[in-house]
Write a protein that binds this ligand. Structure first.
Ligand code: TMP
Length: 216
């Protein structure tokens, strides 16, 4: 029997440490015999990766930024995410539309109603529904702690180089999205040490029934 596709996104401010946990989640699904697609936004297709380079490194106004991340998302959905879900795969996506509401909306102060309109155009499904992840793991971290982690990281891009106040706003944006959709969001306390965070991530996936109850 074919498995049902599952779409899971990973979100959080820069420095929250989410990327290091995506591999552990992928390993856990593979151990259960699931076919898996590991991808990211902006990006995930040749076109979307080109758009990612522009968004992360070229100066532009917030409308341009929003249009480019949604253009990348459209291509990513059509080329990668929808086909994978139709095959019954697990799709693990490092960021999705909540990032646009948090970064372009709360961070840059861009009109949330326009973002909502774009979300409805880009993520519309043939049955009239809206494509969203089934579950979103939100790595919630104090922006001060995240900034310390980032200080030792690689050369910052246009977002990573923003001041602390920007990340406080982005954090607030994630909080608003999580409050608006508590059934989809699982809040992970990402201030903790790596093994503890990893355990919370796997526990959250088991609680929602996406991974079996067996210990790792
Ligand atoms: P990453 O470093 O986690 O891959 O994310 C790339 C950057 O792009 C990160 O700083 C957040 C930003 N971003 C947006 O501003 N809007 C979006 O819609 C997405 C997906 C990412």
């Amino acid at each position: 029997m074919q498995s049902q596709g599952v779409f899971i996104s990973f979100e959080g401010i820069d420095g929250a440490g989410k990327s290091s946990h995506i591999q552990a989640v992928a390993d856990a699904f593979r151990q259960e015999g699931r076919q898996l697609v590991q991808t990211r936004e902006p990006g995930g297709t040749p076109l979307a990766e080109k758009l990612r380079e522009l968004v992360l490194h070229d100066a532009m106004d917030p409308l341009c930024e929003a249009l480019l991340v949604f253009a990348a998302r459209r291509d990513h959905l059509q080329q990668v995410i929808e086909p994978a879900l139709a095959r019954g795969d697990v799709v693990l996506c490092d960021r999705f539309t909540d990032a646009t509401f948090a970064y372009q909306g709360s961070g840059r102060g861009f009109d949330l109603a326009v973002l909502s309109q774009l979300e409805h155009w880009v993520q519309a499904m043939p049955d009239g529904g809206l494509r969203q992840p089934a579950m979103t793991l939100w790595f919630d971290i104090d922006p001060g702690v995240a900034a310390q982690r980032l200080a030792s990281a690689r050369l910052p891009d246009r977002f990573e180089s923003q001041p602390r106040a920007f990340f406080q706003q982005v954090h607030h944006g994630y909080e608003q999205r999580a409050l608006a959709d508590p059934g989809r969001f699982a809040r992970i306390h990402a201030d903790a040490d790596l093994p503890t965070v990893r355990q919370s991530v796997l526990d959250a996936l088991r609680q929602r029934g996406y991974l079996s109850g067996a210990a790792e």
